[in-house]
Write a protein that binds this ligand. Structure first.
Ligand SMILES: [Zn+2]
Length: 259
């Protein structure tokens, strides 16, 4: 029996949208959502650069000697290349968050790859001389084609998060943000925050409160003995080897992999 138009639409939604959502967001397969269970945490910032908040965030990170990862929009990077240059010069990792903040569900895999990801990689590479190797899709959602594009997955590590605290909303005050982050951050956490409030569903001035709350959080995690790492430091074996990680768990893991 032929499928009706409605059944076809439902089938499309299930396969193209919901299956990848289940695989990545619910099961955590294919993507990176957290690091090892060592005293390390990665702070990541999406949707920028923003001319008001990103420079202030960079000042704050510098004051605390913290390296972070920025998942930038290509369209914003094009507008503010000086901020991208500064991120790079100050030792932060730059990842891709599409050219525009568009959900991959409404694009074909080819459009996602060429017009969103590679276009943004070109822009960042032109500014910094280094091509990004990490990708976080807007809202963390991918389509079926992204998932089965092995070339794409070989070029870019897909990074989601394990800690999210609604920092894009004005109602999340600095104090609430601080409280939620300190409660949720565990060894190996990847923390999602936003240095720009201009995307759909966000409040424009929300990063102001994020910055205020983050200040205390950076101090507290340091006192608790956490190291703040870039995503590549947290997940690349080669980089990890060069990095002094002083926890027994990780040392043990290295011993077992050494020749
Ligand atoms: Zn985003």
């Amino acid at each position: 029996m032929l499928l009706t138009a409605l059944q076809l639409v439902v089938l499309f939604i299930v396969l193209y949208m919901l299956a990848p959502f289940m695989i990545t967001r619910i099961c955590g397969l294919v993507v990176v959502r957290r690091g090892k269970a060592a005293r390390q945490v990665a702070f990541t910032f999406d949707d920028g650069p923003n001319p008001t908040y990103t420079p202030r965030l960079l000042d704050l990170l510098q004051a605390h000697d913290v390296k972070a990862t920025f998942f930038v929009l290509g369209s914003q990077a094009e507008k503010y290349p000086e901020i991208i240059k500064r991120m790079h010069q100050e030792g932060h990792q730059i990842g891709i968050h599409n050219y525009s903040h568009t959900a991959n569900w409404v694009m074909t895999p080819g459009v996602v790859r060429q017009e969103q990801v590679e276009r943004t990689a070109d822009i960042v590479q032109q500014i910094t001389g280094e091509r990004p190797t990490s990708y976080r899709p807007p809202w963390g959602i991918m389509n079926l084609g992204d998932l089965f594009n092995f070339g794409f997955r070989k070029s870019y590590r897909i990074v989601l998060w394990s800690v999210m605290v609604r920092d894009w909303k004005r109602s999340t005050t600095a104090e609430r943000l601080r409280h939620r982050l300190l409660r949720k951050i565990k060894p190996g956490s990847i923390v999602l925050l936003h240095d720009c409030g201009e995307t759909l569903g966000a409040d424009e001035d929300a990063p102001q409160q994020m910055l205020e709350g983050l200040q205390d959080v950076l101090e507290e995690v340091r006192l608790k003995g956490y190291k703040c790492l870039r995503i590549d430091e947290m997940t690349d074996k080669e980089r990890e080897k060069n990095y002094q990680i002083d926890t027994a768990i990780v040392k043990k893991q290295y011993k077992s992999t050494m020749p």
